[in-house]
Design a binder for this molecule. Structure first.
Ligand SMILES: NC(=O)c1ccc[n+]([C@@H]2O[C@H](COP(=O)([O-])OP(=O)(O)OC[C@H]3O[C@@H](n4cnc5c(N)ncnc54)[C@H](O)[C@@H]3O)[C@@H](O)[C@H]2O)c1
Ligand SMILES: CC(C)[C@H](C(=O)O)[C@@H](O)C(=O)O
Ligand SMILES: [Mg+2]
Length: 347
């Protein structure tokens, strides 16, 4: 069936540009001829900010709306004050496009090194809330820069925002063979937000009698992620806990170079955005050491989201096969890994 994909591409900063070009290479190689791919690259990130002072102008946001999806590399640069691009560009996109499901799957693929002992079974997905929590920018500081400075960063949690992400997580758990959903929060201390999350979780759960539920405080969840990761199937959690847990999840499943994510707007009102979990890695930018696999697996999530499930599976299979050979192949550059995966998906 002939169709076209109108993809926005935001390479961003540092290794973002390096890994995105590999992601596009694999995307082009996996798509059948009858699917026409149109891409439009957006110059957003540190270069643009230095040149114009802009992070994400309204006009660009408006143009981005028209795309079927967005592929993003990473943003953030040591030459730009911390938070300017993170808030002004990345979070602005997630909020403006109502990406309330930040989907971060974690699977330990065969032959992939893990720092954990034994041969752990790891196959879970984190459903991280993407538009609320302490990320909303509800804060400020008084007497800034003085010894008497006071700073606040208030976490915003709405019944609407919590319910929609919890419901999405139940749906995902219900569709998986194990049907298990774990809520991670900290309701022994954060009692207002924590109780809203837990009450919503329990109430919505009554509509999903086949889903087994579990609750963990976030500190304990970090223990289990290391000692017993097999206990997790689907995790639902708030924006900040989800950020931290998914870097840990990446570390136990082969490293941050393999961790993919999708910022999903489930209603389809706005384009969803796919990006590796990692950042712009200024420490290795320009060296060819960046692993593009996380971006390529994010391309698989993008394909899945667009209903191209066979192509998504081909990308995942190619990554699994490539990982099998990693130990024998030794060190490869970003480009070499991208080339190898592009050959595999088109073969
Ligand atoms: N989604 C995003 O765009 C995003 C995500 C995280 C951090 N950031 C930003 O990126 C900048 C750097 O942040 P950071 O250092 O905390 O996190 P980072 O993820 O960029 O790097 C952490 C460590 O992981 C390594 N690493 C990351 N990606 C890798 C890859 N693909 N292959 C091999 N090694 C990889 C880096 O070399 C570094 O040692 C900051 O400005 C931060 O705000 C952006
Ligand atoms: C860069 C930052 C805003 C971002 C986040 O905290 O969500 C990043 O760490 C991520 O995990 O995508
Ligand atoms: Mg993060």
């Amino acid at each position: 069936m002939a169709r076209s994909i109108n993809l926005a591409v935001i390479p961003g900063d540092g290794i973002g540009t390096e890994v995105v070009s590999q992601g596009l290479k694999v995307l082009r190689a996996v798509l059948p001829q009858e699917v026409k791919l149109e891409t439009e690259e957006y110059d957003l990130g540190a270069r643009r900010w230095h040149a114009t002072g802009e992070t994400l102008p309204d006009s660009e946001l408006e143009r981005l709306k028209a795309h079927d999806a967005i592929l993003l590399g990473a943003i953030g640069d040591p030459s730009v004050p911390s938070g300017v691009l993170e808030r002004g560009l990345l979070l602005r996109l997630r909020f403006a496009f109502d990406h309330f499901v930040n989907l971060r799957p974690s699977r330990l693929l065969p032959n992939t090194p893990t720092p954990l002992a034994g041969d752990p079974e790891i196959d879970f997905v984190v459903v991280r809330e993407g538009t609320e929590g302490p990320y909303v920018g509800n804060g400020g500081s008084l007497r800034t820069g003085t010894p008497a400075e006071v700073a606040t960063e208030v976490s915003l949690n709405t019944a609407h925002g919590v319910e929609r992400v919890v419901r999405d997580a139940y749906e995902r758990a219900n569709a998986r063979p194990r049907k298990k959903l774990t809520l991670v929060h900290k309701n022994n201390v954060l009692v207002y937000a924590g109780h809203l999350w837990k009450n919503t979780f329990d109430r919505v759960g009554r509509e999903y009698p086949e889903v087994t539920t579990d609750y963990l405080h976030v500190d304990a969840a970090t223990i289990f992620l290391v000692n017993d990761p097999a206990r997790f199937d689907v995790i639902v959690t708030d924006n900040l806990f989800g950020d931290i847990l998914t870097d840990l999840a990446a570390a136990i499943t082969g490293g941050i170079g393999l961790a993919a994510s999708g910022n999903i707007n489930p209603t389809g009102e706005f384009p969803s955005m796919f990006e590796p979990v990692h950042g712009s890695a200024p420490d290795i930018a320009g060296t060819g050491k960046a692993d593009p696999t996380a971006t390529i697996l994010s391309v698989a999530l993008l394909l899945q989201h667009l209903g191209l499930t066979a192509e998504a599976a081909r990308v995942e299979e190619a990554v699994t096969a490539d990982l099998h050979e990693r130990a024998a192949l030794g060190t490869r550059t970003t480009d070499e890994i991208g080339d190898a995966l592009a050959v595999r998906v088109s073969g």
